[in-house]
Ligand binder design. Structure first.
Ligand code: SF4
Length: 206
Protein backbone atom coordinates (compact mmCIF):
# COMPACT_ATOMS: atom_id res chain seq x y z
CA UNK A 1 0.00 0.00 0.00
CA UNK A 2 1.61 3.31 -1.01
CA UNK A 3 1.99 6.10 1.49
CA UNK A 4 -0.66 8.83 1.57
CA UNK A 5 0.39 12.50 1.60
CA UNK A 6 -3.06 13.64 2.62
CA UNK A 7 -5.46 12.10 5.08
CA UNK A 8 -9.22 12.54 5.34
CA UNK A 9 -9.92 14.14 8.69
CA UNK A 10 -13.30 14.76 10.32
CA UNK A 11 -12.13 16.91 13.24
CA UNK A 12 -9.24 17.74 15.59
CA UNK A 13 -10.04 18.98 19.10
CA UNK A 14 -8.91 18.97 22.71
CA UNK A 15 -10.97 17.36 25.48
CA UNK A 16 -10.83 14.83 28.31
CA UNK A 17 -10.63 11.14 27.43
CA UNK A 18 -14.13 9.89 28.18
CA UNK A 19 -13.87 6.11 28.11
CA UNK A 20 -11.85 3.19 29.40
CA UNK A 21 -8.85 3.13 31.72
CA UNK A 22 -7.50 6.51 30.57
CA UNK A 23 -10.73 8.33 31.49
CA UNK A 24 -10.30 11.99 32.45
CA UNK A 25 -6.85 12.37 30.80
CA UNK A 26 -6.35 15.59 28.82
CA UNK A 27 -6.19 14.45 25.20
CA UNK A 28 -5.95 15.84 21.68
CA UNK A 29 -8.43 13.92 19.50
CA UNK A 30 -7.77 13.38 15.79
CA UNK A 31 -10.93 11.94 14.27
CA UNK A 32 -10.41 10.29 10.89
CA UNK A 33 -13.23 10.26 8.37
CA UNK A 34 -14.67 7.02 7.01
CA UNK A 35 -15.94 3.79 8.47
CA UNK A 36 -17.08 0.67 6.68
CA UNK A 37 -18.97 -0.93 9.56
CA UNK A 38 -21.94 1.45 10.08
CA UNK A 39 -23.15 0.41 13.53
CA UNK A 40 -26.71 1.49 14.45
CA UNK A 41 -25.48 2.94 17.72
CA UNK A 42 -22.56 4.91 16.23
CA UNK A 43 -22.33 8.32 17.92
CA UNK A 44 -19.95 9.72 15.28
CA UNK A 45 -22.03 9.04 12.16
CA UNK A 46 -20.97 12.46 10.86
CA UNK A 47 -17.46 10.99 10.46
CA UNK A 48 -18.60 8.19 8.12
CA UNK A 49 -18.38 10.42 5.05
CA UNK A 50 -17.81 14.04 6.03
CA UNK A 51 -14.24 15.23 6.27
CA UNK A 52 -11.49 17.20 4.57
CA UNK A 53 -8.44 15.86 2.78
CA UNK A 54 -5.63 17.51 4.72
CA UNK A 55 -1.88 17.50 4.24
CA UNK A 56 0.11 15.89 7.04
CA UNK A 57 1.91 19.16 7.83
CA UNK A 58 -1.49 20.90 8.26
CA UNK A 59 -2.69 18.14 10.59
CA UNK A 60 0.52 18.46 12.64
CA UNK A 61 0.04 22.21 12.94
CA UNK A 62 -3.53 21.77 14.19
CA UNK A 63 -2.36 19.25 16.80
CA UNK A 64 0.50 21.51 17.86
CA UNK A 65 -1.97 24.21 18.96
CA UNK A 66 -2.81 22.01 21.97
CA UNK A 67 0.70 20.71 22.66
CA UNK A 68 1.14 22.80 25.81
CA UNK A 69 -1.93 21.09 27.32
CA UNK A 70 -1.01 17.43 26.82
CA UNK A 71 1.24 15.00 25.02
CA UNK A 72 -1.52 12.45 24.47
CA UNK A 73 -3.05 12.23 21.01
CA UNK A 74 -6.02 9.92 20.46
CA UNK A 75 -6.19 8.59 16.91
CA UNK A 76 -9.86 7.78 16.44
CA UNK A 77 -12.71 7.85 13.94
CA UNK A 78 -14.64 6.72 12.09
CA UNK A 79 -12.04 4.01 11.62
CA UNK A 80 -8.51 5.44 11.50
CA UNK A 81 -6.88 2.24 10.24
CA UNK A 82 -8.69 2.48 6.90
CA UNK A 83 -6.11 5.08 5.88
CA UNK A 84 -2.33 4.75 5.75
CA UNK A 85 -1.52 6.86 8.81
CA UNK A 86 2.09 5.65 9.09
CA UNK A 87 3.72 8.96 8.09
CA UNK A 88 1.58 10.96 10.51
CA UNK A 89 2.31 8.49 13.32
CA UNK A 90 6.04 8.67 12.57
CA UNK A 91 6.02 12.48 12.67
CA UNK A 92 3.99 12.62 15.88
CA UNK A 93 6.34 10.19 17.62
CA UNK A 94 9.33 12.24 16.43
CA UNK A 95 7.75 15.30 18.04
CA UNK A 96 7.36 13.52 21.38
CA UNK A 97 3.63 12.81 21.45
CA UNK A 98 2.12 9.75 23.12
CA UNK A 99 -0.28 7.97 20.82
CA UNK A 100 -3.53 6.26 21.74
CA UNK A 101 -5.26 4.27 18.99
CA UNK A 102 -9.02 3.61 19.11
CA UNK A 103 -9.97 1.01 16.52
CA UNK A 104 -12.68 -1.51 15.72
CA UNK A 105 -9.76 -3.89 15.16
CA UNK A 106 -10.56 -5.14 11.65
CA UNK A 107 -7.38 -3.75 10.08
CA UNK A 108 -3.95 -4.15 11.60
CA UNK A 109 -0.96 -1.95 10.82
CA UNK A 110 2.39 -2.30 12.60
CA UNK A 111 2.76 1.18 14.14
CA UNK A 112 4.33 2.41 17.39
CA UNK A 113 1.28 3.22 19.51
CA UNK A 114 1.64 3.79 23.26
CA UNK A 115 -1.90 2.65 24.04
CA UNK A 116 -4.34 0.59 21.99
CA UNK A 117 -8.06 0.33 22.64
CA UNK A 118 -9.94 -2.19 20.54
CA UNK A 119 -13.70 -2.24 20.20
CA UNK A 120 -14.88 -5.17 18.05
CA UNK A 121 -18.25 -4.41 16.55
CA UNK A 122 -21.47 -6.39 15.98
CA UNK A 123 -22.82 -8.50 14.49
CA UNK A 124 -19.58 -10.45 13.81
CA UNK A 125 -17.15 -8.92 16.34
CA UNK A 126 -14.24 -9.70 14.03
CA UNK A 127 -10.74 -8.39 14.75
CA UNK A 128 -7.18 -8.97 13.55
CA UNK A 129 -5.38 -11.47 15.78
CA UNK A 130 -2.37 -9.13 16.26
CA UNK A 131 -4.46 -7.01 18.62
CA UNK A 132 -4.69 -9.80 21.18
CA UNK A 133 -1.19 -9.00 22.44
CA UNK A 134 -1.29 -5.28 21.72
CA UNK A 135 -4.57 -4.05 23.22
CA UNK A 136 -4.43 -2.41 26.65
CA UNK A 137 -8.22 -2.58 26.95
CA UNK A 138 -11.32 -3.75 25.10
CA UNK A 139 -14.69 -2.01 24.84
CA UNK A 140 -17.90 -3.81 23.91
CA UNK A 141 -20.92 -1.61 23.22
CA UNK A 142 -24.01 -3.06 24.87
CA UNK A 143 -26.62 -3.35 22.14
CA UNK A 144 -29.12 -5.98 21.00
CA UNK A 145 -26.36 -8.25 19.62
CA UNK A 146 -24.16 -8.44 22.70
CA UNK A 147 -24.61 -11.78 24.45
CA UNK A 148 -22.86 -13.70 27.23
CA UNK A 149 -21.46 -16.05 24.61
CA UNK A 150 -19.67 -13.18 22.84
CA UNK A 151 -18.51 -11.68 26.14
CA UNK A 152 -17.06 -15.01 27.26
CA UNK A 153 -15.23 -15.52 23.98
CA UNK A 154 -13.72 -12.01 23.85
CA UNK A 155 -12.90 -11.83 27.58
CA UNK A 156 -11.01 -15.09 27.25
CA UNK A 157 -9.08 -13.99 24.15
CA UNK A 158 -8.15 -10.68 25.83
CA UNK A 159 -7.79 -12.17 29.31
CA UNK A 160 -4.72 -10.07 30.26
CA UNK A 161 -6.58 -6.73 29.93
CA UNK A 162 -9.92 -5.27 31.08
CA UNK A 163 -12.99 -5.74 28.91
CA UNK A 164 -15.47 -2.89 29.41
CA UNK A 165 -19.19 -3.31 28.84
CA UNK A 166 -20.00 0.10 27.50
CA UNK A 167 -23.63 1.25 27.52
CA UNK A 168 -24.84 2.68 24.21
CA UNK A 169 -24.62 6.48 24.75
CA UNK A 170 -25.43 5.89 28.45
CA UNK A 171 -29.07 5.04 27.57
CA UNK A 172 -31.06 3.62 30.47
CA UNK A 173 -32.00 0.34 28.69
CA UNK A 174 -28.44 -0.30 27.63
CA UNK A 175 -27.12 0.46 31.13
CA UNK A 176 -29.60 -2.05 32.59
CA UNK A 177 -28.47 -4.70 30.13
CA UNK A 178 -24.81 -3.87 30.84
CA UNK A 179 -25.34 -4.40 34.56
CA UNK A 180 -27.24 -7.65 33.95
CA UNK A 181 -24.46 -8.98 31.70
CA UNK A 182 -21.76 -7.84 34.12
CA UNK A 183 -23.46 -9.71 37.01
CA UNK A 184 -23.75 -12.82 34.83
CA UNK A 185 -20.07 -12.39 34.02
CA UNK A 186 -19.22 -12.26 37.72
CA UNK A 187 -21.21 -15.46 38.30
CA UNK A 188 -19.19 -17.05 35.48
CA UNK A 189 -15.98 -15.79 37.14
CA UNK A 190 -14.90 -13.56 34.24
CA UNK A 191 -12.34 -11.61 36.22
CA UNK A 192 -11.44 -8.98 33.57
CA UNK A 193 -15.02 -7.84 32.90
CA UNK A 194 -15.74 -4.22 33.92
CA UNK A 195 -18.76 -1.96 33.80
CA UNK A 196 -17.99 0.86 31.38
CA UNK A 197 -19.08 4.46 30.90
CA UNK A 198 -18.73 7.46 28.61
CA UNK A 199 -18.06 10.53 30.73
CA UNK A 200 -18.44 12.81 27.70
CA UNK A 201 -22.15 11.86 27.68
CA UNK A 202 -22.53 12.54 31.40
CA UNK A 203 -20.73 15.90 31.25
CA UNK A 204 -22.25 16.63 27.83
CA UNK A 205 -18.91 17.52 26.34
CA UNK A 206 -17.32 16.44 23.10
S1 SF4 B 1 -17.09 0.95 14.02
FE1 SF4 B 1 -17.10 2.77 15.32
S2 SF4 B 1 -17.03 4.53 13.88
FE2 SF4 B 1 -17.61 2.69 12.70
S3 SF4 B 1 -19.83 2.75 12.64
FE3 SF4 B 1 -19.23 1.44 14.38
S4 SF4 B 1 -19.16 2.83 16.16
FE4 SF4 B 1 -19.16 4.12 14.30
Amino acid sequence: MHQQNTLKISEIFFSAQGEGLRVGEPTIFVRFAGCEVRCDFCDTKYAWNEGEEEEIKTILKKIEKFKSLTKWVCITGGEPMLQDISELVKMLKKQGYLLHLETNGRIFRQLPFDWVTISPKPPNYIFAKEYVNLAKEVKLVVDKYLSMEIIKKISWKFRKVPVFLQPDSMKRGSMKKAYYLWKKGMESKIKNLKLGYQIQKIYRIK
